[in-house]
Ligand binder design. Structure first.
Ligand SMILES: [Cu+2]
Length: 157
């Protein structure tokens, strides 16, 4: 049932969201742009966070874990289309960040799953998240809650 709820949340109707300030981070060779989380619907206990991570270095890195106080659990997931059905599974080995490449966490693909939200995630709010990278270590970011995926034009990068 959790999977179904998650999929429904991912495909929830888009609303006109409040524009939030673009924000980027650099952790050594890693550049992280536009971390955001999908606003949750009332009564829906899960949501997900997304971002784009570029590894400008010459060494591979891995996003091995994420944590945040907004939900009971935070897991790294991916979604794939199989037989016309979206399925998600946990990325036990984390999200690989190969040297010289950009990895996009976005709806319909890799995401940071927020399981068991303590409160409804409201558009325009934000929360702290800790990301743990194999090489870049533990890093704090601020995640903006939005109704929909930011447009490229809003990226400001
Ligand atoms: Cu998920």
């Amino acid at each position: 049932m959790k999977t179904l709820v998650h999929i429904l949340a991912a495909f929830a109707l888009c609303a006109f969201g409040a524009a939030a300030q673009a924000h980027d981070y650099s952790f050594g060779d890693l550049r992280l742009t536009h971390p955001w989380a999908k606003a949750s619907l009332k009564g829906v206990p899960n949501s997900a966070a997304y971002m784009t991570i570029t590894n400008n270095g010459e060494t591979d890195d891995t996003l091995v874990a994420a944590s945040a106080d907004v939900s009971e659990a935070v897991e790294l997931h991916t979604m794939t289309m199989k037989d016309g059905v979206m399925r998600m599974r946990r990325l036990e080995d984390g999200v690989p960040l190969p040297a010289g490449q950009t990895v996009v966490l976005a709806p319909g693909g890799k995401h940071i799953m927020l399981i068991g939200l303590k409160d409804q995630l409201k558009a325009g709010s934000s929360f702290e998240m800790t990301l743990t990278f194999e090489n870049a270590g533990e890093q704090q970011i601020n995640v903006t809650v939005r109704d929909r995926q930011p447009e490229a034009a809003e990226d400001g990068a």
